[in-house]
Design a protein around this ligand. Structure first.
Ligand SMILES: *Cc1c(COP(=O)(O)O)cnc(C)c1O
Length: 432
């Protein structure tokens, strides 16, 4: 039977997406990445159909002989990679990881201190998101715009005054490491815990280019597994505290997950191994590329933030595009030219400016993974100038972007699928 039109449509739309986002765009969304061919193959397995409630060895369902083994491997490999004692891999996303930890540390009505929203705290840290849904009160830490960071002196005073259940650090616009050590000292003095959300920088931590907050005094860290850490979409929680680990792993199921999306596990394990082999080189190139990209954008005439601090120490750059018409306009024009970015609040924007904020956020991690180096980001900066400053037709620039992107189609810093595994039990995705 030939395919009914509905199916043809589904295939066509999926193929269009794959072609566009995977092969024809310069993707600068700071929270995204791609897996290696081997990790993608390991993602597309029968495990996507199975259930494994509970912990390895103590499941509520039969049939988990091998999923138990894989889950234990993920825990072991991730602890080795991150140099921590305990890893809980069952949170299905960074937001779910936060939900588990926040709820373990506080009851409804309790107070938490969080990194400032306008300076990039994730929605899940706030009264508008997960924290609010759990009935925990959010109070923002003071921000020092000049240092693009939490204001340590004022934060310490606030911690002493509020005596929260916990303090969160980490953000979605994360240019410089937050002061974990100082905040942890103040928090511990009033009996508060420190949760450090490293969703954006996990790959940099794995590569040794960003401080591991657990080594600096944070009690527990939460993360996504798909941003600078180039694994499948998922979440992870890690700690050196046995008590914290026990509580977290006691409540992740049944409070916040039932099925924990088992097909993430082999792909996460593959990615952890890849980071052991290539992580340092990869993280180093990301940071070099961000610096070069920021400098190139500034040279093209853009107002790149945190210039006096050297722009960034991570994969992320923030640009104030008010002179060019604002974040919403520029993000859309760039999309028309196949350069994908997101509009972003800047520290001085009012919270209700989310639909048309002053800035755009750019991340170098995915294009680094496709092999781009400092010189290549200079070319991207020029494309962005042509669209946003010179007013060139985005359709013209798009043609150049597609051609440029042809040089960067292979994922680096990972492993290919071995020949003898092609067409074996592991299927190759991206079939469309
Ligand atoms: C992306 C992000 C999250 C949420 O992760 P998901 O996996 O998308 O749920 C949490 N915290 C921070 C700081 C983030 O940037």
């Amino acid at each position: 039977m030939s395919l009914p039109p509905e199916l043809k449509k589904i295939i066509e739309v999926t193929r269009s997406h794959n072609r566009w986002r995977r092969f024809e765009c310069v993707n600068l969304i700071a929270s995204e990445n791609v897996m290696s061919p081997l990790a993608e193959a390991a993602y597309f397995t029968d495990m996507m159909h199975r259930y494994a409630e509970g912990k390895p060895g103590r499941r509520y369902y039969q049939g988990n002989i091998y999923t138990d083994e894989i889950e234990l491997l993920v825990m072991e490999l991730m602890s080795k990679l991150l140099k921590v004692t305990y890893v809980e891999p069952r949170a299905i996303s960074g937001t779910v990881a936060n939900a588990v930890v926040f709820r373990v540390l506080a009851n409804p009505g309790d107070k938490a201190l969080i990194a400032p929203v306008q300076a990039g705290a994730h929605v899940s840290h706030t009264k508008f998101g997960t924290l609010g849904a759990l009935g925990i009160e959010h109070i923002e830490l003071p921000f020092d715009l000049d240092r693009w960071n939490v204001d340590v002196d004022k934060a310490v005073k606030l911690i002493e005054e509020v005596k929260p259940k916990f303090v969160t650090l980490g953000a979605s616009v994360y240019l410089f490491p937050h002061p974990t050590k100082e905040i942890a000292e103040a928090a511990h003095a009033v009996g508060a815990k420190v949760v450090h959300d490293v969703a954006h920088v996990l790959g940099l931590i794995a590569g040794g280019k960003w401080p591991n907050p657990i080594h600096e005094g944070a009690d527990v860290a939460t993360s996504s597994t798909h941003k600078t850490f180039p694994g499948p979409q998922g979440g992870v929680i890690f700690t050196n505290s046995e008590e914290m680990y026990k509580q977290v792993s006691r409540y992740v199921f049944p409070w916040f997950v039932s099925n924990h999306h088992l097909h993430r596990l082999p792909a996460t394990a593959v990615t952890a191994v890849e980071m052991m082999y290539f992580g340092e080189q990869y993280a180093d190139q990301i940071v070099r590329n961000s610096k070069a990209f920021a400098e190139a954008l500034a040279a093209e005439g853009f107002k790149v933030l945190a210039e006096h601090l050297g722009y960034t120490k991570s994969h992320t750059i923030v640009v104030d595009v008010r002179p060019q018409g604002g974040g919403a306009k520029i993000a859309k024009l760039l999309e028309d030219a196949n350069i994908i970015v997101n509009k972003n609040l800047l520290p001085w924007d009012p919270p209700d400016a989310v639909r048309d904020p002053s800035g755009i956020r750019l991340g170098t991690q995915e294009m680094t993974r496709f092999g781009m180096k400092e010189e290549d980001f200079k070319i991207v900066a020029r494309f962005i100038r042509e669209v946003a400053i010179d007013g060139r037709d985005p359709q013209d620039v798009k043609k150049k972007v597609i051609e440029f992107r042809r040089n960067f189609l292979e994922v680096k810093y990972g492993f290919d699928i071995p020949r003898d595994l092609e067409n074996s039990l592991i299927k190759i995705p991206m079939l469309l």
